[in-house]
Ligand binder design. Structure first.
Ligand code: MG
Ligand code: ZN
Length: 226
């Protein structure tokens, strides 16, 4: 049996998520008005999220208007890496919101005030490095991608199922490192198959697998927002 105190805590969590969902729906309506698609990229610190963007953005140049929202607890390091590619970027630091380890819909709403969605066909959001709670917060995205590097180990889809279950696509990154690791790709594929059938294996460094990813991004950018 649950105590009254536990129930109260559950209600507080439910209210936070409900309030977040309302703002996420407003974000979605705002983005829909300008036909802007948003791809939310989540994954652990060091999974290769920024590196993936660095390899992706030049391939999209001239094909669509792309912007980036980069989120971290502190620093503008990621935004600086994107800005040198001549792509409009806004850095959100959650340090100002108590160092939140994820983006919520309100933080994205504030970023969208700086990066006017009507100027973009596609906005990438690089979420705060974390494989846990970014999966719990709807931010108004069109699609969510979880990036998992081979260096993190084949068991992660089993340990963090929510992130993998709720993602539209899993990107297995840094495949060029496989020969240097005690890593079982077959086991990872087995683990993924149980949770999320669609994934792409790639290396932003060598370019292997990048064409499939670019194709997926293009398809998502053309997808109707519902
Ligand atoms: Mg990064
Ligand atoms: Zn968090």
């Amino acid at each position: 049996m649950k105590s009254g105190r536990d129930n109260k805590r559950i209600n507080v969590v439910a209210n936070i998520l409900e309030a977040n969902d309302r703002v996420a729906m407003e974000n979605r309506r705002l983005l829909e008005k300008s036909h802007t698609r948003v791809i939310d990229i989540i994954g652990s610190p060091g999974a290769g999220k920024t590196r993936l963007l660095e390899a992706t953005l030049p391939a999209l140049a001239g094909k669509m208007r792309v912007g980036v929202i980069a989120a971290d607890i502190e620093t503008t390091l990621d935004a600086e890496r994107i800005a040198v590619l001549d792509v409009p970027v806004v850095q959100t630091t959650t340090g100002a919101f108590g160092g939140a380890c994820h983006l919520d819909a309100s933080a994205v709403r504030q970023a969208l005030e700086q990066l006017d969605p009507s100027e973009f066909d596609l906005i990438f959001i690089e979420n705060v490095g974390n494989l846990v709670c970014p999966a719990e917060f709807d931010i108004g995205q069109t699609a969510r991608v979880v990036v998992l590097s081979v260096a993190e180990g084949e068991d992660k889809p089993l340990k963090y199922p929510l992130a993998f279950r709720t993602a539209d696509l899993v990107v297995i990154s840094k495949t060029d490192l496989v020969p240097h690791l005690e890593f079982d790709m077959a086991a990872l594929r087995d683990n993924l198959e149980r949770i999320k059938p669609e994934w792409i294996e790639l290396s932003a460094r060598s370019g292997d697998g990048m064409p499939s990813w670019i194709e997926w991004v293009g398809r998502t950018a053309r997808r109707a927002i519902c």
